[in-house]
Design a protein around this ligand. Structure first.
Ligand SMILES: [Zn+2]
Length: 188
């Protein structure tokens, strides 16, 4: 951290903070990104986001687990209660190739961890071995959850750590029961 604290001093001397949103749950790009903790998939770099552009949630695999849904529900609640007329955000789920969470599918590795008191089924369900499949499943989970009863959208992408490219796996869709104004198809 010693060197990075120097970076922080430099940062504090810039005007980056003047471009951050007045309301923290309405980021500049109206994005809520969910992705993996893997340092190779930092959304600031792969999406070119800067300070204040997006809400970012990261966990192992970038999974729409209970903890993520609870956070999303809280932010949705704030938005609905305090700023109901503001534009709504799009939740973007990104799963990636060569994800370390895939090792949770390895019986021996997982077994030794389960012996330490962790839940076998939860670990198995967290593994991302086919990012396109899991990203589709997680976008579906988000869309059907109570966390997103609003005009918010959700979409899904896979990220290839070898090429640096994102590929859309799920086009933006509205939460269940909500129709995007002007859209021709009834989504979901
Ligand atoms: Zn990962």
């Amino acid at each position: 951290m010693e060197q990075l604290l120097g970076n922080n001093l430099s940062f504090a001397g810039t005007d980056a903070r003047s471009r951050t949103p007045d309301i923290p749950f309405i980021p500049n790009r109206q994005l809520f990104v969910l992705t993996c903790v893997d340092p190779r998939v930092d959304p600031s770099d792969i999406l070119g986001l800067t300070l204040g552009d997006a809400i970012v949630a990261r966990n192992v695999g970038g999974r729409a687990n209970r903890a993520f849904l609870d956070d999303l529900a809280w932010i949705t609640h704030l938005h609905r209660t305090l700023t109901p007329d503001a534009d709504w955000f799009e939740v973007v789920v990104i799963h990636h190739t060569d994800c370390g969470s895939g090792l949770m599918a390895d019986d021996r590795l997982r077994g030794a961890f389960v012996e330490q008191g962790y839940d076998d089924a939860t670990l198995r369900a967290t593994a991302v071995t086919e990012p396109e499949q899991t990203v589709r499943a997680d976008v579906a989970t988000i869309l059907s959850s109570t966390a997103l009863r609003s005009p918010s959208l959700a979409s899904g992408y896979t990220y290839d750590v070898a090429t640096g490219l994102l590929t859309q796996a799920v086009a933006p869709r509205a939460a269940d029961g909500y129709r995007v104004p002007g859209s021709v198809e009834a989504l979901n």
